[in-house]
Design a protein around this ligand. Structure first.
Ligand SMILES: Cc1ncc(COP(=O)(O)O)c(C=O)c1O
Length: 471
């Protein structure tokens, strides 16, 4: 018998209650939050798909390892277990713990880049872009053209356009490129994987121009499993062997252990370069802490050491990728436009196609996210003009290439019946999509504006209608 269900390969030992609110309550909560779901209290969310970052359920193995945490300031046993676990998977010479991924990015760019430099990536994540730009360098996205067509099916839509990389290097001059980055999987590009062939091709170009390649490794295990499923020659390899090969082509990585580290906090920076490692550790001491804890408790280091190995287990990855695909395929079957094919950690709804009457300058991704909350208490995340667009000095809004609404699936937290509920809610919103209004900003911060932005409904004169336009 062939079993087709994506059964969770774990039992539930401890449960956490989640609270349902009424629609009326949600209308009031939304208004108080300026229509920004970051500003709604987590207690008021029923199904939280805002992010897969730091939201994983830890295993009994991780909790047990935490009890063995060594809290020594310097030279702890926890650090050795952390370092050894990372080196066994990734093979880098230096392992530098940080409190989360962006701290690793800040150190990477502070040491490596300066004004006038250019840092290409398949697509920079928002914190990566912000840290790169903070150093004065330009963060340049070079995704393959297929990545910008949400409905287009391609097995490795996270790939970098390496022909454009080479053309840019020759045009601008390689001296202005301190490093090249590859984000695996490509979060901002729809959670899409990068093929081993693409990693090798990018590394080949980097080697010719003597430029280091760094991997943004947040979802390396999910990327490795996609390679196993989709790339010829990798069918028989384990996710661990594939991950090892991915990192073998890189000179270092930044990592948020809040994703494929299956931990609630933590990150690290790795490199094979001794000089860079020394400079990075000097900077680490200034803001994160001593290099054997980097802003984390010893017990956190232990949770990550175990979590990285669990994230590579094949039955876990099989269930993980299948359950995300389940959500994506059910939405597709209902006619809802999503980025195809389904990614590893999230489903991205194409908000521009969902709401063709809402122009990109009126934030269709945010408008849709608000409706999912209003309909069923679901929280998701806009990935579009609010996060990647720019408003110029004349107040003109320049839209992002795509407006997506991301439903990120926390690891090992929700069951298939939660996903069935999410599907029902989204279909309800789809059925009344013509009446959904766009948004205009009433407040924005100078950087990373999505966290604190406040909105008004465009053309909304009533107090609550907020939600849908008349008729
Ligand atoms: C691809 C990618 N890079 C970097 C980060 C930043 O990691 P952190 O949130 O731990 O700072 C994230 C977080 O979501 C991410 O998805």
């Amino acid at each position: 018998m062939t079993i087709r269900s994506s059964v969770e390969p774990f039992g539930i030992k401890s449960v956490e209650p989640i609270r349902r609110t009424t629609r009326q309550q949600r209308e009031k909560l939304l208004e108080a939050a300026g229509f920004n779901l970051f500003l709604v209290e987590a207690d008021d969310i029923f199904i939280d798909l805002l992010t897969d970052s730091g939201t994983s359920a830890m295993s009994t193995g991780q909790w047990a390892a935490m009890m063995g945490g060594d809290e020594a300031y310097a030279g702890s046993a926890s650090f050795r277990r952390f370092r050894d676990s990372i080196q066994a998977i990734m093979g880098f010479k230096h392992v530098i713990p940080t409190h989360q991924g962006r701290a690793a990015e800040r150190i990477l760019f502070s040491v490596m880049s300066k004004p006038g430099d250019v840092v290409p990536s398949n697509t920079h994540f928002d914190t990566t872009r912000a840290n790169c730009e903070h150093s004065g360098a330009e963060a340049l996205d070079l995704p393959i053209p297929e990545a910008l067509e949400p409905g287009r099916v391609h097995p490795f839509k996270g790939n970098m356009d390496f022909a454009r990389l080479e053309e840019t290097l020759q045009r601008v001059g390689p001296k202005r490129f301190p490093l090249v980055m590859l984000t695996v999987t490509n979060n901002s590009g729809g959670g899409q994987p990068v093929s081993m062939a693409n990693i090798k091709a990018v590394k080949g170009i980097c080697s010719r121009y003597n430029i280091p390649l760094y991997i943004d490794a947040c979802r390396f295990a999910e990327n490795a499993f996609f390679i196993k499923l989709r790339e010829t020659g990798y069918e028989q390899k384990t996710p661990r062997e594939i991950a090892r090969e991915m990192f073998h082509h890189a000179d270092g990585c930044t990592m948020s252990a809040k994703k494929d580290g299956l931990a609630n906090i933590g990150g690290f920076l790795c490199t094979n370069n001794d000089t860079f490692a020394q400079a990075a550790k000097d900077l680490l001491i200034l803001t994160e802490g001593y290099p054997t804890y980097g802003g984390l408790a010893g017990r956190d280091l232990d949770a990550i050491a175990v979590g990285l190995n669990e994230a590579l287990q094949e039955d876990y990855l099989e269930y993980r990728i299948a359950s995300t695909a389940y959500l994506g395929n059910r939405l597709t079957n209902a006619g809802i436009p999503i980025v195809q094919p389904p990614g590893g950690h999230a489903i991205y709804i194409d908000a521009r196609s969902f709401l063709p009457h809402v122009p990109p300058t009126q934030f269709p991704g945010s408008a849709l996210a608000i409706e999912f909350y209003l309909e069923g208490g679901i929280r998701c995340f806009e990935m579009g003009t609010l996060i990647f667009g720019k408003r110029d000095e004349n107040g003109v809004e320049h839209p992002a290439p795509m407006d997506l609404c991301r439903l990120a699936i926390p690891r090992r937290v929700y069951t298939q019946s939660h996903l069935d509920y999410v599907i029902e809610v989204i279909i309800e919103v789809w059925n009344r999509r013509d009446r959904i209004l766009g948004l205009e900003l009433s407040y924005q911060a100078p950087a990373l504006r999505h966290f604190t932005a406040r909105f008004r409904r465009v053309g909304d004169r009533s107090l609550h209608a907020g939600m849908v336009s008349p008729g």
